[in-house]
Design a binder for this molecule. Structure first.
Ligand code: ZN
Length: 786
């Protein structure tokens, strides 16, 4: 919508009719009994008119809406158009809320003003009709069930209620749900108001409040579970992977809320089983759910596992962090952000602690839906004409002349350039301008800025420019390899894979993809194989421009792997039969130019993201040559042929383990012998052993101390080898008398230029200054045995 309004893109049709599945996380706690009518996932049907020419305005819109409802056989006298004012996304205008017996089925917005709204409203030059008709609200209105969920999920509500041993008490339900409408978290405290309503019904129907709660409130959980599992199915199928950041965070929150609600109901049904039922119900309209089913279910199962791990760790942590009787929202948000604990989990661990339960989860969700703001660049490019991007006209020009438009410090701006700027994850071209080194190229808006080191380039002059060809070629290979790896990853791992970031440098490249677990060796191997097959097939890489609407219609939204592009024209990079993406980068003309692709390693830079690091072409050859050298070196050292290398290493390790075992036995025996010679000194009812043990390391000191420790002993041992080892232990009786070996070790090791410490009864440390060792030992002895 904003791009249509600022005329960056044409509307896909005008007038436009469509239906959008919509996800809304700002008021999760209204879902269920809550308001009985809010959904986190719903379908918004719409007809829009963009009045850049006269399409239609208020009269026609209202008439269209009225006729539509009449067509649905709704008594015209029940249709109410309620005037209101709408503001959102920087625009505003009057609107009609369309209600039938209090059920808001549509909103008709007449956008005609634009912000900023500081008291005065500026008329837009293109007025827009923006309508929304709630599909689910229509269905609800046509069935007249107590809540909206009973009409969206009739079979599933019944199935779950039966599993939980519940039955809707019709009289009670219709009484309760009539008043449910006022339970909106934006307007009332839901928990308190619900209590009041129940009190009222209790009087009216002569039923115990407790009984009413038991008959009604479990359905709150059932409704939330059904709403949330449907939302999970939609967003996971759309490529969201649960994590602790951005939209992945919302997916995780929903899954955890479902698990928690199932537990509250005492139901032992896996979340994935409910989602399977949802897929079955929706696959006719959304066949992609069936296609992505396994993927979705796997992600949900993994999340369940992660959640139970979180809970195991979280219990102790919550008890440690929350000591008082009240906990504030900030702490609750932190516990979810950093440790994945829902306020409801904490309520379970600490039932007596007061917290604002009904809307803190909603607040957490709303915060995460906010948008990031782009960083500002340090050079002012207003009043500078757009730089002509000559590299798009001919990718094979590496020497050229250009006019210098502006110079500011290292920044040089030309009238046109063949230098490709940093963008879409690709590192920029380097090279020379008038012989001075270009070390960075970036774009600010439509202006390209060359960063040139220590230059003497003059504004208004003509400059001789040279692009570093070798660098460009290698980055180009890595860039094209990135498209190939992305396509291969999708084939191997599933449709949830989206590009989450990338970097194409000279020596290597990496691609971040959304994925829920570490990649296995088998998966990595498969991705590499598919990538190399695509290279071997010598597929032509097609590069062409399409209008935004045509591109989306033809290829779908998966072309936006690097983010949505806000322009009328989109540059499409197509590897036929394999991968299509919108991309502004520089690519090879044929996949064969990419050369062999080698995946060097994988990492997990953050939750929900897997990183593949790879190289191709000459960089790959260099990498593989390097590995070969290492292999050769190893076989030389081990005196084994490359084929026998693995066996040689295994043998070596076995032998080493065996020797270590024998060494441990010998050391223990020698410790035993050494300890037999040591004698205690008695003082003040305690026995002291403060000695240097010859040729003893930490293990030996420990072993000696273990053998000799009793409740009335104080042992301080020192061993001097490569460094000074200190170990001390005090018996229970000695500790009671005020001996603290932790403190003694800490100060002794510090004095010896090392480090150490421990508890009053056990401590260890090390030192480096061997010359001081004897003095330190003597001093400790003197202090302890007076
Ligand atoms: Zn690209």
């Amino acid at each position: 919508m904003p791009w249509v309004l600022n005329r960056t893109v044409e509307p896909p049709a005008n007038p436009l009719v469509m239906s959008q599945p919509s996800f809304r996380a700002g008021d999760l706690d209204n879902v269920g009994l809550g308001s009985g009518r809010h959904c986190s996932i719903f379908e918004m049907m719409a007809h829009h008119a963009f009045n850049n020419k006269n399409v239609y305005w208020k009269e026609e819109t209202t008439e269209l809406c009225f006729n539509w409802l009449k067509e649905l056989k709704i008594n015209p006298e029940l249709i109410i158009f309620k005037e209101n004012w709408w503001e959102g996304g920087g625009n505003a205008g009057p609107c009609f809320e369309v209600l039938i017996k209090g059920n808001e089925v549509a909103t008709l917005v007449f956008m005609e003003y634009e912000g900023p709204f500081n008291g005065n409203y500026k008329k837009m030059d293109m007025k827009v009709v923006d309508t929304g008709y709630g599909l689910e609200r229509h269905v609800w209105g046509s069935t007249g069930t107590p809540t909206i969920y009973d009409s969206i999920y009739p079979n599933l509500v019944e199935w779950m209620a039966k599993k939980a041993g519940l039955k809707q008490n019709e009289k009670l339900f219709s009484e309760f749900c009539k008043t449910c409408g006022i339970l909106n978290i934006e307007e009332v405290n839901v928990d308190l108001t619900r209590d009041k309503i129940i009190k009222e019904i209790s009087r009216k129907l002569s039923l115990e409040e407790k009984e009413i709660k038991e008959l009604i409130l479990p359905f709150h959980n059932i409704y939330q579970i059904l709403d949330h599992t449907k939302a999970i199915m939609f967003i996971l199928s759309d490529g969201v992977v649960p994590s602790n950041v951005q939209e992945g965070y919302l997916a995780r929150l929903l899954i955890r809320r479902v698990i928690r609600s199932l537990e509250d109901l005492g139901l032992n049904i896996p979340v994935s089983e409910i989602i399977e039922k949802q897929v079955k119900d929706y696959k006719k309209t959304f066949p992609e759910f069936e296609e992505n089913k396994e993927d979705i279910i796997k992600m949900v199962d993994i999340e369940k596992e992660k959640y139970s791990q979180t809970l195991n760790k979280g219990k102790e942590l919550a008890k440690k962090l929350i000591t008082g009787k009240v906990v504030d929202d900030k702490t609750l948000t932190m516990l979810y952000d950093s440790h994945g604990l829902l306020p409801r989990d904490i309520k379970r661990f600490l039932p007596d602690v007061k917290m604002n339960l009904s809307d803190i989860e909603t607040k957490i969700a709303a915060q995460k839906s906010s948008v990031k703001i782009q960083e500002k660049k340090d050079i002012d490019v207003r009043n500078i004409p757009e730089t002509k991007k000559s590299y798009y006209e001919n990718e094979k020009v590496f020497e050229f002349k250009a006019k210098v438009l502006k110079v500011d410090g290292d920044n040089v701006i030309l009238d046109h350039t063949y230098f490709y700027p940093r963008g879409g994850g690709a590192e920029p071209d380097f090279g020379k301008i008038n012989g001075f080194k270009v070390y960075d190229v970036e774009s600010v808006g439509n202006v390209i800025i060359h960063k040139v080191k220590g230059h003497k380039i003059k504004e208004g002059s003509d400059a001789n420019c040279v692009v570093d060809k070798e660098r460009r070629e290698q980055i180009k290979k890595h860039h094209t390899a990135t498209h190939i790896i992305n396509g291969a990853a999708k084939k191997v791992l599933g449709n949830h894979v989206w590009q989450a970031g990338s970097k194409k440098d000279v020596d290597k490249a990496h691609l971040d993809i959304t994925h829920y677990e570490n990649l296995s060796e088998k998966e990595i191997e498969e991705i590499e194989k598919i990538a190399n097959d695509v290279v071997k097939k010598s597929l032509k890489v097609n590069k062409f421009l399409l209008t935004k609407n045509d591109a989306e219609r033809k290829y779908g939204f998966t072309i936006y792997q690097g983010g949505v592009v806000p322009s009328k024209q989109i540059r499409i990079i197509e590897i036929p039969t394999f991968d299509v993406e919108a991309c502004g980068g520089i690519h090879c003309d044929n996949t064969s130019e990419v050369g062999d692709v080698a995946i060097i390693k994988t990492e997990r830079p953050q939750d929900g993201i897997a990183r593949l690091i790879y190289t191709s072409g000459q960089a790959a050859e260099k990498y593989l040559r390097g590995r070969e050298m290492i292999l050769k070196e190893c076989s030389k050292i081990l005196n084994a042929s490359e084929r026998d290398l693995v066996k040689a290493i295994k043998d070596l390790i076995e032998e080493w383990k065996e020797k270590r075992k024998r060494l441990e036995i010998l050391l223990r025996e020698s410790a035993k012998k050494k300890s037999e010679k040591l004698e205690f000194e008695e003082s003040k009812g305690l026995k002291f052993l403060i000695k240097e043990v010859e040729n003893a390391d930490m293990n030996q000191l420990q072993e000696i101390s273990r053998r000799l420790s009793k409740e009335d002993t104080v042992i301080f041992l020192m061993g001097i080898l490569d460094k000074i080892y200190l170990f001390a232990a005090a018996g229970e009786k000695a500790v009671k008398k005020g001996i603290n070996v932790g403190k003694i070790i800490s100060s002794a090791s510090k004095e010896l230029g090392g480090n150490g410490g421990g508890r009053a009864e056990l401590a260890q440390g090390f030192g480096l200054e061997k010359k001081k060792a004897k003095d330190v030992l003597f001093k400790i002895k003197k202090d302890l045995i007076k």
